[in-house]
Design a protein around this ligand. Structure first.
Ligand code: SF4
Length: 370
């Protein structure tokens, strides 16, 4: 069982972060933020996939001015990501952003940070103090060296120093991140930081890579931290369509039994017993279940010899046989169909099962409210 670390709680729009709130999943758009329509369109796809917080880059005033239109078009909290220019942070808040992410170390000094904190207080906008390995203050690098797994001190001290500065200016609505591209530095850094600060932590491995490399790196680092109860919100960074980040994020949460969203696919790796074109079938089923909401376990197995038995935990499954396919529920075979009809018959069964589940959930909710 995972025991979450206790933190303060902050509010981002209507979403609570830390202090026992569910761990939230976030992503970042890769559109030109100044193009509000295109950005909102991408956010809609992310919302549909389950994204709960969205961050957009604000590199100039045009991007800051587009934030109001973007916010009005979406339903999840909007965070403006600002580097270097404190005036953009203030402009972003004036144009309706619900959160800002800054790296205080690159804003150009304490006075400029103070201006940002004053605006955050005025607009009641929480701040993410986001420190990156690549932009640690010079004096800390000289004192502690570049952060590594053995010595992440400069990264941690930078975060703590900037948190204390924001506190000094009278503000505590913060969450904190320390990003590194290195898995072990990320793990060691967050472990140490979680003992020093009681603010909610945003987790992530920066510049993690493409779908496979990025998923593995992020899952190892974040999986270990989340399993230790560290982390209140996180992003899986991938050099891909950001919707993929959300899918990976929920698979990670599901694998740790922290949160579930939509069905889980159980599929066998195939072997010499495989009787059908399983890869094509699994791909079709995987694509379809992305659109489903119920947390069903769906199995796609290569043979009838071991398939249903191996996938006994599945609510519903399909297994290939020679020239035919078998549909099973909870490990018991319930139907046999010719291979060419297998996908369509299975999809029908799947839709039927989901609609029964949704109906049952609705009934349960209405019983509870009586
Ligand atoms: S389910 Fe059948 S085909 Fe798939 S790996 Fe197991 S034995 Fe092989």
């Amino acid at each position: 069982m995972i025991i979450r670390r206790n933190t303060r709680q902050i509010r981002l729009g209507d979403l609570l972060i830390g202090g026992g709130a569910p761990i939230s999943v976030q992503s970042m758009t890769n559109t030109d933020t100044a193009d509000a329509e295109k950005t909102a369109e991408q956010i809609h796809r992310l919302e549909a996939a389950g994204c709960e917080i969205i961050r957009v880059a604000v590199p100039d005033l045009d991007a800051a001015r587009a934030l109001r239109q973007i916010r009005e078009a979406i339903t999840i909290p909007l965070i403006a990501d600002i580097h270097f220019d404190w005036r953009l942070a203030v402009a972003a808040m004036e144009h309706g952003t619900q959160g800002i992410r800054i790296n205080p170390g690159n804003l150009g000094g304490a006075e400029k940070l103070n201006n940002v904190v004053d605006a955050a207080k005025h607009h009641q906008v929480p701040i993410r103090v986001g420190v990156n390995s690549g932009s640690i203050e010079k004096d800390l690098l000289e004192r502690y060296g570049y952060p590594t797994a053995d010595n992440p001190r400069s990264l941690i001290e930078s975060a703590v120093r900037n948190v204390r500065l924001v506190e000094k200016y009278g503000y505590q609505e913060m969450k904190v991140s320390i990003k590194s591209a290195d898995v072990l530095t990320t793990i060691c850094g967050y472990r140490a930081l979680s003992k020093m600060l009681d603010y909610p932590l945003h987790l992530g491995v920066t510049e993690a890579g493409g779908l496979i490399g990025g998923t593995v790196k992020s899952s190892v680092a974040l999986g270990i931290l989340l399993s230790e109860g560290i982390g209140d919100t996180f992003r899986i960074s991938l050099t891909r369509d950001p919707v993929e980040e959300i899918r990976v994020a929920y698979e990670l949460l599901r694998s740790l039994k922290i949160r579930e969203r939509g069905p889980e696919l159980i599929s066998c790796p195939t072997c010499g017993r495989t009787g059908i074109d399983l890869f094509a079938l699994a791909q079709e089923v995987e694509e379809y279940i992305q659109t489903m909401k119920s947390p069903l376990k769906v199995a796609v197995m290569g043979c009838v010899v071991n398939g249903p038995g191996e996938a006994r935990e599945a609510d519903i499954g399909v297994a290939g046989g020679r020239g035919k396919g078998i549909i099973f529920k909870k490990g018991e075979i319930v139907n046999r169909v010719p291979e060419e009809q297998l996908l369509s018959v299975f999809m029908e069964e799947l839709k039927k099962m989901e609609s029964e589940r949704l109906q049952a959930d609705k009934q349960e909710k209405s019983n509870q409210s009586v």
